[in-house]
Design a protein around this ligand. Structure first.
Ligand SMILES: Nc1ncnc2c1ncn2[C@@H]1O[C@H](COP(=O)(O)OP(=O)(O)OP(=O)(O)O)[C@@H](O)[C@H]1O
Ligand SMILES: [Mg+2]
Length: 233
């Protein structure tokens, strides 16, 4: 099998997602290859549907989503190794009783064992500054701690892109800023759905989703103006 390119772009071509007879996302053509991309828009506009397409959590009704040479319809498993997904609610993501086991879970499935496995888990705990949570029982963690563990479980897989769907909504101001800094320092491409407009001011690109379409695609400041106009209309 040829090696995957280091950080392949994600390309959506003619993508429509239909649910119960309605197009919740329509005719989307996008190439996502910037380092920091924000997705904003009103409730129900289609943001989660859009980002869930990127790692095959949602498949297009029409059109194609490609990550490098792979397509989500055919290569979901390989794509999920490249595109990690952090949910709004970390409860949906934490599956094992102990923090270290939870973070090890995915890499174990890749066949890593012994010190190779523990070293990789410890490295990600260290990187996120949560080594003290290593041997805790997952259910005893606070919401903010769970969010960091959920992120660790994604990063340990060493994806080239990390998608966040409203990662800060459950967090207090301090943890929100902490997660924001963590995202800012990620080597990976980050694609972030958020209502936290402060967070995205330095992002390279912002998409505004409106009524199932990409209604604006450009600089954050202009995107925010556009978003304010549609919010007030
Ligand atoms: N499986 C489904 N069945 C029916 N409708 C769906 C389904 N999935 C999504 N929708 C509808 O598609 C629209 C877009 O949903 P989506 O979750 O993408 O919105 P969103 O922009 O993420 O909203 P929010 O800001 O509230 O999270 C909504 O009207 C939603 O009810
Ligand atoms: Mg959503």
């Amino acid at each position: 099998m040829p090696p995957e390119p280091a950080n392949p772009g994600i390309r959506l071509t003619g993508v429509t997602v239909t649910r119960e007879g309605t197009d919740v996302l329509r005719d989307v053509d996008l190439t996502l290859d910037e380092h920091r991309i924000a997705v904003i828009g009103l409730n129900g506009s289609g943001k989660s549907t859009l980002v869930r397409l990127l790692n095959a959590l949602v498949l297009p009704t029409r059109g194609t989503v490609r990550v490098g040479e792979l397509t989500t319809a055919q290569d979901a498993k390989r794509i999920r190794r490249q595109v990690g997904f952090v949910f709004q609610n970390p409860e949906n993501q934490i599956v094992m009783p102990l923090v270290a086991e939870d973070i090890a879970f995915g890499v174990k499935n890749l066949g890593l064992r012994g010190t190779e496995l523990t070293d990789r888990v410890d490295a990600v705990l260290d990187r996120l500054g949560i080594t003290h949570l290593r041997d805790r029982e997952s259910y005893t963690l606070s919401g903010g701690e769970k969010q960091m563990v959920a992120l660790a479980s994604v990063l340990v897989m060493e994806p080239s892109t990390v998608v966040f769907d409203e990662p800060t909504t459950m967090l207090d101001r301090r943890n929100r800023r902490r997660l924001q800094r963590t995202i800012d320092h990620l080597d990976q491409r980050a694609i972030v759905v958020t209502h936290d407009l402060e967070m995205i001011s330095a992002y390279e690109r912002t998409l505004v989703v409106h009524e199932g379409r990409i209604a604006f695609d450009g600089e954050p400041a202009a995107a925010l103006d556009f978003y304010c106009r549609i919010s007030d209309s």
